[in-house]
Design a protein around this ligand. Structure first.
Ligand code: 8YV
Length: 324
């Protein structure tokens, strides 16, 4: 990067990996949040006084009111996430703000977590782990914690973007047959033998395991509802590594409780971290605290990608991940 004589002033809303903060402090007049205090939209607007840009994160609620409250000096929001549902993009566009995200670099890490959830939910790993930790394992038995065999089962992927495709590749290695639904059919080179369903409703009927990989928007809120769960094969497994709001928790919890569904593996929740408490009480849920991209390499890469976008913007170029 060509360093301008006066470095741009940059607010980091959360504590980011050391290598990312070091680069931010080297190239910017950076205001860090080393205590990692979660900030509301109003707090962010106040902390952004005098800033030229903000490096924000998925938990930061940058709704229309918070965007309106930002100081006029702020010209760019670079989010440390691929998802942008926490930012009111229309309000940002109306205000003339540039918004960037961090695609690609978290694809593999998130797909790995989806496979972890598929395996753990299918093979009842959380129940086994709890049994051992509680000192309740009295020994091997021929019928203990029998789970679902993945080989030969059908994986239904809704949303075959980068992460959906990476999940499909991994699931194929476990002998699963992949079915998918997407706005557009993929070319054969990317489809890799997966069966395309133009209508997601039809896909549900064959999804022994259903994995959700589409963004949270007003249209997709509570997409997986009681009617759609009813279309799944009995004993199906639901996996969510996308966003909690795309699932109707009440419907999913009822189906897990009744045994209509065998299990669910969830890395994301509506209203994080205050998830519906019923999930915690169900034996057949495998719950992770939004770990999709949580590896050292991936979080560094996300931070560097966000800084690459900021560098481009302040050098007068179009950032490669410009959304707005
Ligand atoms: C991130 C994510 O960890 O990138 C996303 O959209 O959901 C996660 O993988 C999180 O957003 C960090 O800001």
């Amino acid at each position: 990067m060509t360093i301008p004589s006066q470095r741009p002033r940059l607010l980091l809303t959360r504590h980011l990996p050391d290598a990312v903060e070091e680069r931010a402090a080297r190239d910017y007049d950076a205001r860090l949040n080393t205590a990692d205090t979660p900030l509301s939209g109003t707090d962010i607007a106040a902390a952004a006084a005098g800033m030229d840009g903000i490096l924000c994160c998925a938990g930061d609620r940058l709704d229309a009111a918070s965007i309106a409250a930002l100081p006029a000096s702020v010209r760019i929001l670079a989010t440390f996430s691929v998802g942008t549902d926490h930012i009111d993009l229309s309000a940002a566009a109306a205000r003339g703000l540039t918004v960037t995200n961090t695609p690609d670099v978290l694809t593999d890490a998130t797909a790995d977590i989806a496979l972890l959830l598929i395996l753990g939910a299918a093979r009842r790993a959380p129940e086994g782990e709890r049994m051992i930790r509680a000192g309740q394992w009295t020994g091997w038995t021929p019928t203990q914690l029998l789970g679902t065999h993945l080989g030969g089962r059908r994986l239904g992927i809704i949303g075959m973007g980068r992460i959906g495709q990476a999940v499909a590749r991994r699931a194929a290695a476990f002998g699963m047959t992949v079915h998918y639904s997407n706005r557009q059919r993929l070319p054969a080179s990317l489809e890799q033998g997966a069966v395309f369903h133009p209508d997601a409703e039809d896909l549900l009927g064959v999804a022994d395991v259903l994995s959700l990989h589409f963004p949270a928007t007003a249209e997709t809120r509570h997409w997986l509802n009681a009617a759609r769960i009813e279309r799944l094969p009995p004993g199906a497994i639901v996996i969510n590594t996308a966003r909690g709001s795309v699932v109707d928790d009440t419907a999913l919890i009822a189906a897990l409780r009744s045994g209509r569904l065998a299990a669910a593996g969830l890395d994301v929740f509506e209203n994080e971290p205050n998830l519906n408490p019923a999930y915690r009480d169900l034996p057949n849920t495998f719950l992770l605290p939004h770990l999709g991209s949580a590896t050292v390499d991936t979080r560094n890469a996300m931070g560097f990608r966000a800084l690459d976008n900021l560098d481009a913007f302040f050098a007068g170029r179009t950032p490669s991940d410009k959304i707005v």
